[in-house]
Write a protein that binds this ligand. Structure first.
Ligand code: WT7
Length: 640
């Protein structure tokens, strides 16, 4: 495999890009390689601090702390720092809705909004360390809400607007959120996504939520509970215009963000203030080759880590101008994304492979009338970008002049870990290239030895690493640190390394799926299915999908007396949407009488995957009942 990979032809960044790139030599890598701690200390010095740290890093495996003794505020670093400078009147967000409404928000506007909002939160009784849940469409107010929390030292937990009521409720409960900020709704694919209506049952009877702040975006009617629910604009109008920033300790929690794992319950990933912000700020600057007049567009929703690091904190700390689009990629037409790139003269475009593959499927003719000449750099994140899609993106979107940064990282790593610095290194289509300066990553085998093929391992702590799983230290240790005896961080990805030291990510090795660059646990979907009254047992696997990377297939064993039918398959899909959200909707339901298990009772997902895609069966020797596969095989052929 690795011999094959090194034969993939490398693509050099265009001369035009190389000549004006911010990083043009390898000194940074050499310096950070020899002086990792000093490198990170230098990065921290680019932020504003109330008080300097006394210790750069403390490592008590698997717990690290960074910049101890230091004090700072993340909101100050994203906003206040720019006020009184040229950036104050610069546009922070060009916002555009699906229906074509647009707004321009300058750094000054955002600063004013965040100050008032912070005062509103305070008036609701939110104090340093309290948690605020944010369940919003992709609007500047979502970012303002995150920053307002950071300003007063509250911890935010953003829940993606596509998650269901039950998913929102479990996150609010786990984080013990005191206030919820939401919106009346948003238009997606021409339909109203009624967030407040979904949030109402989510918080029904919860004692932790004291107040709800509602942004009126679509002006649809929502029910407002007296004394609990308040309209955003009314409260902001009444609020004082300045709110001082809370001086936070470096290790104070900035936010919790939930992500899927191997059990049915999502993990609350905890990020610190200083380390996270240092990672976000420096990686944005280096990877996206930031120039003062750039227009940058990261298409991620703020409900995901990409939206936290590369829409909220990273770009704002760097005083960048961004595009924010709250809508689907084909409304009103399939050239929507390219229309926006043309309209705002976007220079840097960062998106997910699933979107790239969709554009590729639609074909370059759908946007050939659009002027994309402003583009300078392209990015990809969330799942492997297959070489075919890479070449298409490079040629038809980037006109063979824009380097592509394929960025590997995770909710847990906080910021980009493995990618290329775009003016410096050759790219190889399908490879995420090399660890960034300050990041020590390797490919290790099961025993912790370096290997050409194995798993990604992070060998030493980095500032933006997760600080824990909220309320579950055991799970933190078990998930990320057990693989190699607590020495190295285990991200859960398999990878190979070629002869040039380039990383090739194969995919996850735990029971999580990657659907449209969103991580979904197989157990989460299984626990949703099992709640259906007709279901006795289920086993969920990922199957390859041309557009979304993976899609969900569910094998379902029905209770005695229940018969498979199309209606039942539909109602099973519906229960998953209800429990988790539309992103987890199974593409296929297979009714079967049993699922293959090992003698120790573990579901053999590999075999089910083989069945689901009609592949020749893999190794069945550890199977409890070998004849079973034959019978399942014949059953699934007859499934609706
Ligand atoms: C998992 C993390 C990081 C933000 C989006 C997803 C996969 C991520 C790449 C890439 C191949 C990738 C990994 C990782 N992944 N980026 N460039 N190439 N795979 O965040 O939900 O925390 O998922 O996404 O498997 O572990 P996430």
């Amino acid at each position: 495999m690795s011999a094959f990979l090194s034969q993939v032809e490398a693509v050099a960044p265009s001369e035009g890009f190389r000549e004006s790139a911010n990083v043009r030599n390898h000194q940074l890598y050499e310096y950070a390689g020899k002086n990792r701690i000093a490198f990170w200390e230098g990065c921290a010095q680019t932020l504003h601090w109330y008080k300097k740290w006394h210790t750069v890093m403390d490592w008590n495996p698997p717990f690290s702390s960074w910049f101890d003794g230091g004090r700072l505020n993340a909101c100050y670093n994203c906003l206040d720092r720019h006020i009184g400078t040229k950036i104050e009147n610069k546009v922070a967000f060009f916002w555009e809705s699906e229906e074509g409404a647009s707004r321009e928000i300058t750094y000054k506007d955002l600063y004013q909004e965040v100050n008032r909002l912070a005062n509103v939160l305070k008036s609701f009784g939110v104090k340093k360390g309290d948690c605020v849940a944010i369940y919003m469409p992709l609007v500047p107010e979502a970012v303002a809400s995150m920053l307002a929390c950071a300003r007063i030292g509250a911890v935010h937990t953003v829940v993606f607007g596509g998650f269901s009521s039950e998913a929102l409720r479990s996150r609010i409960l786990d984080a013990n959120a005191k206030v919820l900020i939401t919106a009346d709704g948003s238009v997606r694919k021409g339909k109203l996504l009624a967030l407040k209506d979904t949030a109402d049952p989510a918080i029904e009877g919860l004692t932790c939520i004291e107040k709800v702040l509602v942004i009126q975006k679509e002006k649809n009617s929502v029910s407002m509970k007296e004394g609990r629910d308040f309209f955003y604009h009314n409260e902001l109008e009444k609020a004082e215009e300045y709110c001082p920033c809370e001086e936070m300790e470096s290790e104070d929690t900035l936010f919790i963000l939930y992500t899927s794992g191997t059990t049915g319950k999502p993990k609350g990933i905890v990020h610190s203030t200083a380390g996270y912000l240092v990672g976000a700020a420096i990686t944005t600057k280096l990877v996206f080759d930031v120039k003062p007049n750039d227009v940058y567009w990261c298409s991620a929703d703020v409900g995901w880590i990409t939206g936290h690091t590369y829409v909220a904190y990273g770009p704002l700390a760097n005083g960048m101008t961004q595009v924010m689009y709250d809508g689907s990629v084909d409304k009103p037409k399939k050239d929507r994304v390219f229309e926006i790139i043309e309209k705002y003269k976007v220079n840097i475009f960062y998106t997910a492979p699933t979107a790239i593959r969709l554009f590729m499927k639609w074909g370059e003719d759908t946007f050939k009338h659009r002027d994309l000449s402003s583009l300078r750099l392209l990015g990809s994140v969330g799942e492997p970008l297959n070489p075919e899609a890479w070449h298409w993106y490079y040629k038809h979107v980037g006109s063979e002049k824009c380097p592509i940064v394929d960025t590997w990282w995770q909710t847990e790593t906080g910021s980009i870990m493995i990618t290329s610095l775009p003016g410096l290194m050759d790219m190889k289509p399908g490879s995420v290239v090399k660890p960034l300066p300050g990041i020590e990553a390797k490919v290790l085998d099961d025993y912790g030895n370096e290997s050409k093929s194995g798993y990604i391992a992070i060998m030493s702590p980095w500032p933006s690493m997760l600080r824990g799983v909220h309320g579950d230290t055991r799970r933190f240790v078990q998930t990320y640190w057990n693989k190699w005896g607590g020495r190295y961080y285990f991200p859960g990805d398999s990878a190979t390394m070629d002869e040039d030291g380039y990383f090739w990510v194969a995919g996850r090795v735990d029971d999580t799926l990657n659907v449209s660059a969103h991580r979904i646990g197989t157990m989460e979907v299984e626990s949703a299915l099992i709640e259906h009254e007709a279901v006795a047992e289920s086993a969920v696997v990922g199957i390859p999908d041309e557009i979304t990377g993976q899609a969900i297939a569910a094998f379902v064993i029905l209770k005695e007396g229940r018969e498979p039918s199309q209606e039942l398959a539909d109602s099973l899909k519906a229960i998953v949407v209800k429990k988790i959200g539309g992103i987890a909707r199974p593409k296929k339901i297979f009714f079967t009488q049993d699922v293959p298990k090992t003698r120790s009772g573990k579901i053999m997902r590999r075999l089910l995957q083989d069945l689901a895609v009609g592949r020749k069966l893999g190794d069945t020797t550890t199977l409890e009942n070998e004849n079973l596969m034959k019978s399942i095989e014949s059953k699934i052929e007859n499934s609706p």
